[in-house]
Each structure stands twice: as structure tokens, then as C-alpha cells.
Design a protein around this ligand. Sequence first.
Ligand code: PLP
Length: 401
Amino acid sequence: DSVFAHVVKAPEDPILGVTIAYNKDPSPVKLNLGVGAYRTEEGKPLVLNVVKRAELQLVNNRSRVKEYLPITGLAEFNKLSAKLIFGDDSPAIRENRVTTVQCLSGTGSLRVGAEFLARHYYQRTIYIPQPTWGNHPKVFTLAGLSVKTYCYYDPTTRGLNIQGLLDDLGSAPPGAIVLLHACAHNPTGVDPTLEQWETIRQLIRSKGLLPFFDSAYQGFASGGLDADAQSVRMFVTDGGECLVAQSYAKNMGLYGERVGALSIVCGTADVASRVESQLKLVIRPMYSNPPIHGASIVATILRDRNMFNEWTVDLKAMADRIISMRQKLFEALRGRGIPGDWSHIIKQIGMFTYTGLNSKQVAFMTKEFHIYMTSDGRISMAGLNSKTVPHLADAIHAAVK
Ligand code: PLP
């Protein structure tokens, strides 16, 4: 017997559970399109060459030690991360109005930012898009915020419901926090245009709402780091305040290293420094200080012009392979004469396609074709390659018949 005998078995995480089911399937044709991790044309995980070079440099540096980092992480990493997202010439950085702290990848950055807001911000309500990444509601609720949703996706157009979005944010209480995906919205792959971003910005600023950007895919959407940061930069050049959670999981392939950063852009340098002092009080009892290795890799690459340039080439290659998979899948579906308009596959942006397949069709494809994806019909384009596209197209064909 056990003092824990009453503990009931919890359900698997809806996203990570897909991989668990996939691993149990003995079929040789099985295909995992559930995970949000890049795969090569050969279907293998990828460690970027520039990351290997940075790691070699780190290993060969004899003076390198494994001491604790400060609570806020590696200072150089924080500085370079802020420049990466806000731009080299960001006035907010120049005016010392930004505090940046190293956190445990994107998830940890969101959590630390949310815990800070729950303690120090007068409005506890956060609006998240409908739909959004499945972890968002849990992260924010556990941090002490109260979660509401705003309209985002329009299933009839498989695009943005801009009017619904503006209506919902327009009727949000003053000061409410608004979670925005900086680019490559997960799971829909639908982003606002720059004009739509500008409309959203004006509404958010005129109502005094507080933007909290989740930037998990900078460079992964368009292939360009600056292009993918434009939404965030619009909200900084207007002089207003915002929060940004950055992840290096996807764009540097550092998934398991857990490298990310939280930046809070404040009205003045004095406020920023006081905010940072409070962030330390959030972090210290949570995990004390962040890990050193991943942040050292990132700092090594960002500080060196050659390595930085090599990274941008790698990044573009990953983004381009994903875009070419969109084209191949679209053509394969068209070639099979599958009814319906599938152009959303080439219109959507980033790692995922929101296929429009329902949970019954998804279950059918898993059972009959050994293809694994989340039940909302989201497929990871990064998990596809030229050889597996026909199998997926056959499965979709059979599922929609
Ligand atoms: N935010 C979004 C929208 C994501 O898709 C992900 C990863 O899938 C994350 C945050 C967090 O990823 P990580 O904690 O691995 O950086």
C-alpha cells in the first residue's frame, strides 16, 4: 500500500502524448507530425553546424568554469537577445528601458513574466487567442492570472478573423494583458498582415491594454530574423510598454537546452531597473538561476559576425524546406483531385498547418495510415519530407472521402 494510493492517473499532455503513441506503433510507415521540432529531409533531428562549432569553442576554452550564473542569467546573452528581437538601433535599449532576463526557453519566459504580472500589475486578466498553443492557458492560470480568449481564427476562410479580434479586444477591460504570437501563430499558421498589426496596435494602445508577445519562431516563419520581429518592433517604436518571451528552441534547434529570455520594455530606465529587481524575486525561489550551457552557445553565435551570418543561412534553409513541403503537399492533394480548397496549406506560415481535418478524420488517419498529429488537425510541416508527402496525401484523401 501507499500514502499515494488515491492518486489518479493523469492524462498525457495533448501534444507530447502524440509522440508517446507514435513510439508505441510498430508500423514501418508511421509518421509523426505532432511534434513541433524540425526534421531534415531524411527525417532526422538537426543540430546546426554553427551550434556544433560554438560548442567546440566552449569545450576548448580552458578557462571556462561551471559556476552558477546570476539569478538573471548570462548578461551578454541577455543583451544580445534584446538586440535580436528589438533591433540593433532600438531606442528602448539605448534608453535602458528594457530589462532582459535569461529563462528556461519560451515556456519559462512566459511563466516568469506571468508571475511578475500577477504580483505587480493591477489587471490580472490575460486574453489569449482562440485557438492558441495548448500550454498557454495552463501556464498563465498557474501563474495566478485569469485567462480569457479573443477571436482569432475563422474556420470558414481558414484565415484571420480580424473583426472578431478587434471586437473582443475592444471590449476587454482597461489594462487587460493581451497575449500575441509575434509570428507563425501556433497552431493555425495564420498571422496578421502588417496593416492588420497596425490596426491591432492602435486599438491596444488606445485602450491601454498590455501586450505580451510570445516569440517562439523568430526567423522560422519568413526565414528572416528582422522580418519576423516586425510586429514586436511596432509596439516598441511607439514608445509604449510590453513584454516579450523569446525562445531559441526552434530557430537555433536548441530544444532540450532550454534557452530563452524574458524582456520587459518599461517607460523609464528607473522603472526597468526596479522591475528587474522584482524579477529576481520571482526566479530565485523557482529555480534559483538558469543553466549555463545553452545560453553560452547562443552568446557565442550572436557575438561573432561570421557565426551569426552562418546561422541566418541555416535558418533560411530550414524555413525554405518547410515552405517547399507546403508546396509539395498542396500539389499532391491537387493531383489526387481531393475536393475542397487546400490553398491554406501554402498560405499559412511557420512550422504548422491547420489542415481543417476534424478529430474523427485525425483518428482515422492514425488508425489506418499510422499518421500521428494533434486531434485539432494540426500537422508539423517540418516533420514531412518528399518521401512521406504522398503517404500523407493518400491518408487525407481517404479521410475526407
Ligand atoms: N510558445 C509557442 C507558441 C510554442 O509553439 C512553443 C513551443 O512549441 C513555445 C512557446 C515554447 O517552447 P519552448 O519552451 O520549448 O521554448
